[in-house]
Write a protein that binds this ligand. Structure first.
Ligand code: ATP
Ligand code: MG
Ligand code: FE
Length: 341
């Protein structure tokens, strides 16, 4: 089957055409960095307007590059949440309009399931159940991915997401926006041992993540004027990696029978994060799967792929499916200290 995917939940407008046998016929991405850079973060109203301006021509160019028309498409998959509600509505309503006009089924995709299933687009042999570290701008979770629409959340952050911590650190250090790649570049020129930073919840008996205390410590180190930005960036990145590894090691112990350790989401584009997880997996004789970098950060190929997986499972959605700002992958997960997402 051929799936058109649409993504607009944050500050990336994206459209892609992907087949259920994993051929990516086209994938188009329009970032909005320049529009948001003056504000040091994503402004929801600006994002929604930009998605509305660019999405239709982007879909046209994705279809053209793939050499297909809407008549060739078997289903239309659009992100229906979670995310910035204005942007989600733009993408979802566009998907609904195309589905209605073409008579093809709509698949309302959870953006987090897009990230969660993206490793199976890259790696055909990756079978359920796998242990997933989902690390992105808005989320930091350990999930048991048991199947399509079947996710058990083992851990989440009790405060900030890891990507959010990268973005805030970049801002504190004056490295610009988006922060993750900028911090990674600065860290490569720094000495992680030159600055001492905390590792919140490391070694804790509870399964969760925490990054707020680390962010505060970065702010103090930056304001002290005693350190090079590169050294703070390196120390910060190492502290995040140490926390991710410690929490993931704990989860491996509580999730026997998984086929692989898998990482997805924007922070999975970080080379230090990838190589540390790879070593961790090797020490447990577990296969390690990380999607290529472009598939880690937001894109529409992962949404089209989640659509392909859902279509194969017979899951399509009515045209009155609502856009959702919040949409947990595991609806049964207990709140982490009452504050988790
Ligand atoms: P969510 O998926 O939780 O809704 P999002 O869609 O905004 O959030 P993604 O696009 O998946 O998030 O990831 C973006 C995040 O990844 C940003 O916080 C960014 O700083 C971070 N990131 C991107 N590249 C890197 C990198 N090389 N190193 C560290 N972090 C990175
Ligand atoms: Mg982005
Ligand atoms: Fe994302």
């Amino acid at each position: 089957a051929l799936i058109l995917g649409i993504e607009s939940s944050c500050d990336e407008t994206a459209a892609a055409l992907v087949t259920s046998d994993r051929r990516i016929l086209s994938h188009k991405l329009a970032g909005q960095e320049a529009a948001h850079a003056p504000y040091g973060g994503v402004v929801p109203e600006i994002a929604a307007r930009a998605h509305a301006d660019i999405l239709s021509p982007l879909i046209e160019s994705a279809l053209a590059e793939a050499g297909v028309t809407l008549a060739d498409v078997d289903a239309i998959a659009a992100t229906a949440g979670p995310g910035l509600i204005g942007g989600v509505m733009v993408g979802l309503v566009t998907g609904k309009a195309l589905a209605h006009a073409s008579g093809k089924p709509l698949i309302a995709v959870n953006h987090l399931e897009g990230h969660a299933l993206s490793p199976r687009l890259a790696e055909p042999d990756l079978a359920f159940p796998y242990l997933l570290l989902l690390v992105s701008g808005g989320h930091c979770q350990l999930l048991l991915v048991r199947g399509v629409g079947d996710h058990v959340r083992l851990a989440t952050t009790i405060d900030d997401a890891a990507g959010e911590a990268f973005d805030k650190t970049a801002k504190l250090l004056g490295l610009g926006f988006p922060g993750g790649p900028a911090v990674e570049r600065a860290a490569a020129q720094g000495d992680a041992n030159a600055v001492s930073l905390p590792r919140p919840l490391m070694g804790s008996a509870e399964p969760h993540f925490s990054f707020a205390g680390l962010k505060s410590a970065v702010a103090r180190a930056a304001q002290s004027g005693e350190h090079r930005a590169e050294d703070i960036a390196a120390a910060f990145q190492q502290a995040v990696i140490d926390c991710l590894i410690d929490r993931t090691r704990r989860a491996i112990g509580s999730a026997p029978g998984v086929t692989a350790l898998v990482v997805a989401g924007g922070v999975a584009a970080n080379q230090g994060v990838r190589s540390s997880l790879q070593s961790l997996a090797a020490s447990y004789d577990l296969p390690f799967v990380a999607p290529p970098l472009w598939l880690c950060t937001d894109n529409a190929a992962m949404i089209a792929w989640a659509g392909a997986e859902r279509l194969a499972a017979g899951l399509t959605d009515p045209l009155d499916t609502p856009a959702r700002a919040r949409w947990p992958l595991d609806p049964h997960a207990a709140p982490a200290r009452g504050a988790g997402v």
